[in-house]
Design a protein around this ligand. Structure first.
Ligand code: PEP
Ligand code: MN
Length: 356
């Protein structure tokens, strides 16, 4: 429920509305939208309050149709949110590309992939250290050793790093190394984990569950925001359908649907949707055309020997060529993808000003 105040509502009347909501056990969420003041209700008895509030001076309208995820909804926050990570902004004009291996496997592997994706224009380095695998016998990740390698790769490449956290008790540990914490599809409704990442300061990438509706994704995001962390990015990564030609079915329509319902940035993972490297650039192009604020893709220097998800991992060359395609699609929808970076050669480094 959202209470819209009259434009000339006095401070005294506004305070009375807030007090009434609090007295009834609700939490008021006050937002100024243009010249209007909206007060969202979280918790409390909406039905009883509607009756009381309708009679209060200064109340213009009560909208009963507010979604059950008030803090992430567009109704409450009409402007899109931008999530800042250093000088990077997710949710602005740039389509932010995040890339890296499914799993961190070794220093050499991460350095090779990190250098190549940074050169091709990636803006964030991904890599799993704690891997949620379907089989207990599959590679489970390097754990803290993988986090250390990610932090080293951040130094080498200058790229912020994103990695998955799978357990509430690991949130502090992962947050000490990573710039962004990823909640994987299998944990989208692990509510204790959501509250835990909501109670710490790092931005969160929340992936859609394998069989979750868009409303469930938004409610999961609300858990994180309700626990105190508003820096959430949503990720469509394919859902399970009757179709078996791809690993999952990329729900491209989730992008505009989410963008209409929430102010949070929305990105797409075409790798886990496709399950097959040759399809990944097509799905990535569709995501950018549909209005995604970014894409996250798996890339490996030797995909055939990858310890996880090699089949869907782009080669280094394949990633660079996909980036060129995405630049053209982004330009067609008035956005941009970061240009490739020239490697810093010894000669250029010596010539650059400020170096001794
Ligand atoms: C991943 O990003 O490596 C991953 C496991 O993704 P998802 O949770 O979407 O399956
Ligand atoms: Mn993977």
């Amino acid at each position: 429920m959202i209470v819209v105040l009259e434009r000339n509502c006095s401070l005294k009347n506004k305070a009375a509305v807030v007090r009434l909501i609090e007295r009834q056990g609700g939490r008021p969420l006050v937002t100024e939208i243009g010249e209007e003041t909206h007060i969202g209700l979280i918790g409390g008895d909406a039905l009883a309050l509607t009756v009381d509030l309708a009679e209060m001076p200064g109340v213009a309208e009560i909208r009963a149709t507010a979604p059950p995820y008030p803090q992430v909804s567009r109704e409450h926050h009409p402007e899109p949110s931008e999530i800042r990570i250093g000088d990077l902004r997710i949710g602005g004009d740039e389509v932010v590309v995040m890339a890296g291996p499914c799993s961190v496997e070794s220093k050499d592997q991460l350095s090779a992939v990190g250098a190549a994706v940074a050169r091709a224009g990636a803006r964030m380095l991904r890599g799993g250290a704690f891997k949620p695998r379907s089989s207990p016998y599959s590679f489970q990740g390097l754990g803290e050793e993988g986090l250390v390698l990610l932090a080293q790769a951040r130094e080498e490449t200058g790229l912020p790093v994103i990695t998955e956290v799978v357990a509430p008790e690991d949130v502090g540990l992962v947050g000490r190394y990573a710039d962004v914490l990823q909640i994987g599809a299998r944990n989208m409704q692990n509510f204790r984990l959501l509250s835990e990442v909501g109670a710490q300061p790092r931005p969160v990438l929340l992936k859609r569950g394998i069989a979750s509706t868009i409303e469930e994704l938004l409610l999961a995001a609300e858990y994180v925001v309700a626990a105190g962390n508003p820096r959430v990015v949503l990720c469509e990564r394919g859902i399970r359908t009757f179709e078996t030609a791809t690993r999952n079915t990329l729900d491209v329509s989730a992008v505009p649907v989410l963008k209409l319902r929430t102010h949070l940035p929305v990105i797409v993972d075409p790798s886990h949707a496709a399950g097959e490297r040759s399809l990944v650039p097509y799905l990535a192009r569709a995501a950018v055309a549909a209005g995604a604020d970014g894409v996250i893709v798996e890339v490996h220097n030797d995909p055939d020997s990858a310890l996880s998800d090699g089949k869907q991992s782009l080669t280094l060359e394949g990633f660079a060529s996909m980036m060129n395609e995405l630049r053209r699609v982004a330009a067609a929808v008035d956005r941009h993808v970061s240009p490739p970076n020239e490697p810093v050669t010894d000669e250029r480094a010596q010539r650059s000003p400020g170096r001794s």
